[in-house]
Structures are given as C-alpha cells and as structure tokens.
Design a protein around this ligand. Structure first.
Ligand code: HEM
Length: 401
C-alpha cells in the first residue's frame, strides 16, 4: 500500500483528523492505494467545494469501483455494480437531472414537515423502551429510528426492519471498505439480490393496488412513461433505503457522542435549547457522518501540479474540508453556536443531499427526546466503524438518569 502519510493506518480510523490536517497542509491532492487501485484524496475546503461542481469530475463511478476488484470477482459482483450504476448518487446529467426532478417532489422541506407527527410517534415508541440506566443508544435509538422512518415512507412493514438494515449495512461495507475482502463482496452481493427480490415483490403489490406511499408514487412515475426504467426503480428503492438511514443513524450518534465529549457544550445546550438546530449543524461539520464521496476524472487535467488522467478516481473529503482553518476559525473546536457554519456535511452542487431536511428533523427530534433525561454519562469509549465513507461509533453506552 502506497500511503506515506498514513491516511489508512489503523490509528487513523478512530481519529482521522490529524492526518487529514497534514494532508491539507502538505499534500492537498494526495495519492494513496495499491498498484492499479489507487485514488487521490482532496482535502482543502476550497478544492472540495469546487470539485463537487466541476464538470471535469463525474459522479458515474460504478465501473471504476468494479475495476478496483480482482478480475475474477468482477463477474460475480456484477449484480452489485448494476444496481449501484443506476443510483441517483452515481449518475451524471441528463439521467441525474431526470431522477432528481422526480425525487425532489417527494423530499421538499414542506412535504417532509408533514412527516413530523409520524416520526414523533415512531420515536415515542423507541423512547418508551429506554428506561433510566445504562443503554446502548446506537442499538436502542440511532439505528432503528431512521430505518423505521424511511421504511414507513416507502410503505414497508416495520417488522422487516432488521432484514432491511442488515442488507443496507452490507452495502455500506462495500461502499466504504478500507480493504476489500471476499466476505464484504459476498455480503454486498447477497444484500443486493435480497433487496431486489424484496422490492420486486413490493412493487408488484403496488401495481395491483397502489397505496399512499413513496413506493407507489415511484411505480406510478415508472408506469407513466420513461421517467424510470425497471432497474432504475429497483436501484432507487435501494438507494433511498440506504441513504435514508445509514447516515442519519450516525448523525444522531455523533451528536450524542460530541456532546458527551464536550460537557460544556452539552450544558450550554441544556441552558439554551434554542441552539439545538445549530448544534446539529456543528456536528455535520465537526464529526460529519459521511466522511467523503468519490468522483472519477472525465478528462485529463492538471491539479496541484499533478497530472490526472481520464478514469482516475478521486475522493473529496468532507471530514477534512470541514476542519479547514482557511474556512472555519478554530476548526477543531466543537462550538454549538458557531456562526457562518457553511459546512459540507450534506455535500454541495448537483448531488446535494436530497434528504437533508428529513435527516435534520430526525436528529433534532431524537435529541429533544434524549435531553429530557437530565444527566448523561458515557460508560465506555466507543470504537468507530471500519468504514472510510460512513463515520460513526459502533456502540454508544451511556447512563441516562
Ligand atoms: C442525516 C444525515 C445525512 C447525511 C450526512 C447525508 C449525506 C449526503 C451526502 C454527503 C450526499 C451527497 C453525495 C455526493 O455529493 O456525491 C447525499 C446525497 C443523497 N442523500 Fe443524503 N445524507 C443524510 C440523510 C439522508 C436521508 C434521510 C435521505 C433520505 C432519503 C438521504 C438520501 C440521499 C440521496 C437520495 C442522495 C443522492 C442525491 C443525488 O445524487 O442527487 N440522505 N447525502
């Protein structure tokens, strides 16, 4: 592995920020990787913000993902690559524009606001099971809430949530793996096949009898013409299920953990509850749940004195950009009242997160509910997910009284 500055060293998993700071200073376009499977990491705020809007960089990278796999594995994981290739997240215009136009209708802030009572209800049920005492908040709240909410929006029964979550976790493993293994590939393949089968049945039921849910709306869109193809419909269901909860789980968990790490900020939030929205924004900057996103060079060009070739992979790091001193004063300080917080936690440009309003609402409601416990105490320092894209703790053992 060529990684002279240690970005992928095991100690960077729990605390990646010192290495990212060094990259920002010394190697703003840093190359790391194995022979034939390397990629560049972009770390400065100005570069990340402009990179996501740069037409020389393409979001369409399923093929580049496949190329990094050993040739004998490529055929076998084709179902995964075919599914991902049709995600909105991995498309360029004009397909991206078409899909985005369709999905935007379901995720306007006004429409998301109508979900507030239902989210409150689901949250209330989860909170009812949390007694004063020690609890793993990832397991009891941060993981189940978002999958139940997005499942409900799609119109899927709550009892399927464990299955859906397990599939989504396996896809997350594939997406952000620090090292690809046979086990990760097998997990992702099984998950995609299972989800496609699951959604095919759910779609067939809605073709028979449409309901008042997002899945029915997508089916109607597909039936009304060329807005969605069959594979796009399946891939969109997968993408929404995935995007709708892996990230929000970690936004909730990272918020609780950051407040526990900085008790003065927790106290300030208790004293000034009006700061809750701003506190969540600060977590999206300081401990952002999505650490990075990939792009592929569409053409040859020079950047920071290096020659990029068409097909080269780049990762634009939100985690690094959000701690850039050129953009944020005292970037390593967690300040829930930070002014002018133009973080990149939801990205920027045409792929800006479609679920931002939903994710924010879930996190705010979850925090409001947890703050009803007057005392929180961390019982065990968490370990972090072994994932380069999704950042969050594996568990969060807290005593609530
Ligand atoms: C709450 C925490 C969340 C975070 C931190 C987050 C983060 C992101 C980021 C960084 C991107 C852009 C990737 C890029 O530029 O390539 C993105 C896109 C996306 N997000 Fe989120 N997300 C969150 C919640 C949600 C929710 C609740 C949904 C619900 C469906 C969702 C669905 C999507 C979709 C569909 C896209 C693709 C948009 C496109 O390609 O045009 N996200 N998200």
């Amino acid at each position: 592995m060529h990684d002279p500055l240690g970005l992928y060293a095991p100690e960077s998993r729990d605390d990646p920020y010192p290495v990212l700071a060094r990259l920002r200073r010394e190697a703003p376009l840093y190359f790391a990787g194995n022979e034939g499977a390397g990629s560049y990491i972009v770390t400065r705020y100005a570069d990340v913000a402009s990179g996501f809007r740069d037409p020389r960089l393409s979001a369409s990278r399923a093929e580049a993902m496949a190329k990094r796999l050993p040739p004998e594995a490529r055929q076998w994981v084709a179902p995964v690559i075919d599914n991902l290739a049709h995600w909105i997240l991995l498309r360029d215009p004009p397909d991206h524009t078409r899909l985005r136009g369709l999905l935007n209708q379901a995720f306007t802030p006004r429409l998301i606001e109508t979900w507030r009572p239902r989210i409150q209800q689901i949250l209330g049920e989860l909170m009812a099971a949390i007694e004063p005492g020690e609890v793993d908040l990832v397991h009891a709240l941060a993981a189940p809430l978002p999958v139940l909410v997005i499942g409900d929006m799609l119109g899927l029964p709550p009892e399927d949530r464990h299955r859906l979550k397990a599939c989504s976790d396996a896809i997350a493993g594939f997406f952000g793996a620090s090292a690809m293994s046979q086990q990760l590939l097998a997990g992702a393949r099984a998950a995609i096949l299972e989800l496609e089968d699951y959604f095919r049945k759910a779609i067939a039921e809605r073709r028979e009898a449409p309901r008042q849910d997002l899945l029915s709306a997508l089916v109607v869109a597909e039936e009304q013409g060329s807005v969605l193809s069959e594979q796009e419909l399946l891939s969109t269901c997968t993408a929404i299920l995935f995007g709708g909860h892996e990230t929000t789980t970690n936004l909730i968990a990272n918020t609780v953990y950051s407040l526990l790490r900085f008790p003065d900020q927790l106290q300030r939030l208790r004293d000034e509850p009006g700061l809750l929205a701003s506190a969540i924004e600060e977590v999206l900057r300081f401990e952002c749940p999505v650490s990075r996103m990939g792009r592929v060079a569409r053409v040859e060009f020079e950047w920071h004195g290096q020659q990029l070739n068409a097909g080269d992979r780049l990762f634009l790091s939100f985690a690094a950009a959000n701690r850039d001193e050129a953009q944020f004063p005292e970037p390593d300080r967690f300040d829930i009242a930070r002014a002018d917080n133009r973080h990149l936690g939801f990205s920027v440009g045409p792929h800006y997160c479609i679920g931002a309003a939903l994710g924010r609402m879930e996190a705010r409601l979850a925090l409001e509910a947890l703050l009803k416990f007057p005392r929180w105490e961390l019982r065990e320092k968490p370990t972090w997910l072994d994932n380069l894209t999704v950042r969050g703790p594996n568990f969060l053992r807290v005593a609530l009284t």
